[in-house]
Design a protein around this ligand. Structure first.
Ligand code: CMP
Length: 144
């Protein structure tokens, strides 16, 4: 199976009307949309998604942020999509993300950085299993 990654547009990205812009960037690059959900997540679910960061001082604030409004959860597929997706997104801290990246163009605060993308193939597989237990959508072979 081709590589897949998990991408989440965070509540600030949704509230600021960046959903179309973000999806467009991944589509225009040539990646394939394999799953999409618009949903509010429970606190326990957000804690599970960010479990690796539970010891960080910003963990509580991060969870509050993620449950503060609806998010867009997506599966994107394509060659090297995990690493390339991270490049499209830009550095975690918007102060270090380059113009032309999503965070470089649309964010200023690390605590309001618009979007999440899996940081490795292993994380992507875990995050896709958490958010899409039913699995990705199927394309016809002629389309993809
Ligand atoms: P994300 O790519 O979702 O991965 C972990 C998230 O933790 C990150 O984006 C930021 O939203 C958040 N984060 C990381 N470092 C900090 C920090 N120093 N202060 C607040 N939030 C942070």
């Amino acid at each position: 199976m081709a590589e897949q990654t998990f991408i989440m547009i965070k509540p600030d990205g949704v509230q600021r009307g960046l959903v179309g812009e973000i999806i467009s960037r991944f589509e225009k690059k040539g990646f394939y949309l394999k799953g999409l959900k618009f949903l509010n997540v429970e606190r326990a679910f957000a804690e599970k998604h960010y479990a690796d960061l539970s010891a960080k001082p910003f963990f509580g604030g991060l969870v509050e942020y993620i449950v503060s409004g609806p998010v867009v959860a997506m599966i994107w597929e394509g060659k090297n999509v995990v690493l390339t997706g991270r490049k499209i997104i830009g550095a975690t801290n918007p102060a270090q993300s380059e113009p032309g990246t999503i965070r470089g163009d649309f964010a200023v605060e690390i605590g309001r950085n618009v979007i999440h993308g899996s940081d490795s193939v292993d994380s992507a597989n875990k995050e896709i299993a958490l958010w899409f237990p039913e699995g990705p959508a199927n394309w016809q072979s002629s389309q993809h």
